[in-house]
Write a protein that binds this ligand. Structure first.
Ligand code: ADP
Length: 397
């Protein structure tokens, strides 16, 4: 079945056209700067790349353009839009309503809109993508897959904050966790490699945004992101864990509004804030190699925070069968993987430096023969999960 996978952001839109039977990626792309000017980077299959620069004032025009490109003579991968049998959308926040992907109906849209206070930057754009698709392709079913859904299996003691309970029951204050689709995909791949159902797996999703997840017997039992994606690891521009006392302290000292402190912790902190160089780890590694002290400290802070979560989750699960690295940093940086695993031999975690430094595609093991815990690099594929969920939900309607 041909499934169109859409991830609509506030000024951008990512898409993939996937054949769920063959798992073939027919086309993919990214529309950026919607409403500003407009740029569309389109890929056919895995190698032919085309860039279009043209005014794209609205998301609706962006989706119309993508649909035209998919069927246009020179860039054609399908003969008509009618070949798209279902659309799968990534939605960031499903709150406690959604524990799995669902087919969109009016009730689903209402609930996603209700959750906007929990994800004010993401859910409105995600739901706009759904509404536009319903308008442009009224006969095609839409499915929504949530970043939070996989973590809905966390036990209460792991998702509550130690604050008055009424704020959970009345204001939905709790840890939700994000990157759930990626944590599910990667941990499931690891379960298949290990051939062990009752497994203890830790997934390190390390990208611009990063999170760690403890997956026991296929279920998320704890994750580092919280009510919002700000909690946990040191990220590109996010501080991750911080003493809550920092917030009123800084607000008073620097006369900041709530929005300004949120911006400070989400966009000016993390690797960028500490290094002063960039949020892009490649540039920070380069600066560190050239002797920049703050870049070196930023890299060490990033690795130590991951290590802290690894050890904590290994303790929580009474052991760990496999550690998986994924996303931009996890898949590409041998330096970070090595520094994270360094010194953990006492826990049976031994990385093979030679295997770790090889650049290869696909799933691979990078632990030594004697390592009690397997260490894997598993490239994530959230879009394939969304496409498969979409197929499974719509195949019988
Ligand atoms: P996003 O969270 O936006 O999807 P990605 O998963 O693409 O981000 O990860 C982006 C991060 O991956 C950037 O910080 C980038 O510097 C980093 N990255 C990509 N390749 C490498 C590499 N070879 N070495 C170190 N970092 C890398």
């Amino acid at each position: 079945m041909l499934v169109f996978v859409l991830n609509a952001g506030s000024s951008s839109l990512k898409y993939q056209l996937i054949d769920t039977k063959s798992k073939e990626l027919k086309a993919s792309g990214l529309v950026e700067r919607i409403g500003i000017d407009g740029i569309l980077k389109h890929e056919i299959g895995e190698d032919k790349k085309i860039t279009f620069e043209l005014p794209i004032p609205t998301h609706k025009e962006a989706i119309e353009l993508v649909l035209r490109i998919l069927t246009n003579d020179e860039t054609k991968v399908i003969n008509s839009i009618g070949e798209i049998k279902a659309i799968g959308h990534r939605v960031v926040h499903g709150g406690e309503y959604f524990k799995e992907s669902v087919i969109v109906d009016e009730e689903v849209i209402k609930k996603i809109e209700e959750l906007i206070p929990l994800a004010p930057l993401h859910n409105p754009a995600n739901i706009m993508g759904v509404k536009i698709c319903k308008e442009l392709m009224p006969k095609v079913p839409n499915v929504v897959t949530f970043d939070t859904a996989f973590h809905q299996t966390m036990p209460m003691e792991n998702f509550l904050y130690a604050v008055p309970y009424a704020d959970y029951s009345e204001h939905h204050l709790r840890k939700y966790g994000f990157h759930g689709t990626s944590h599910y995909y990667v941990s499931n791949e690891a379960v298949n490699i290990l051939k062990k159902k009752d497994s203890k797996i830790i997934v390190c999703h390390l990208g611009n945004g990063s999170s760690v997840c403890a997956v026991k017997d296929g279920k998320s039992i704890s994750t580092s992101m919280g009510l919002t994606p700000l909690e946990g690891l040191v990220m590109g521009t996010r501080s991750g864990d911080i003493d809550a006392g920092v917030i009123p302290y800084l607000m008073k000292r620097k006369n900041l509004t709530p929005d300004q402190i949120v911006d400070y912790l989400n966009k000016k902190s993390g690797i960028l804030g500490v290094s002063g160089v960039s949020s892009d780890l490649r540039e920070v590694i380069k600066a560190a190699n050239d002797g920049d002290k703050r870049s070196k400290i930023a890299i060490t802070m990033l690795c130590e925070r991951i290590k802290k979560y690894l050890c904590s989750y290994a303790g929580l699960m009474h052991g760990v069968d496999a550690i998986c690295f994924t996303a931009g940093i996890g898949e590409n940086s041998d330096l970070i993987r090595e520094k994270v695993c360094e010194g953990l031999e006492f826990m049976g975690i031994e990385i093979d430096k030679e295997k770790n430094s090889k650049r290869e595609k696909g799933n691979r093991e990078i632990s030594t023969k004697n390592s009690k815990t397997k260490i894997y690099i598993i490239p994530t594929n959230e879009e394939l999960v969304i496409a498969n969920d979409t197929y499974n939900l719509v195949k019988n309607i």
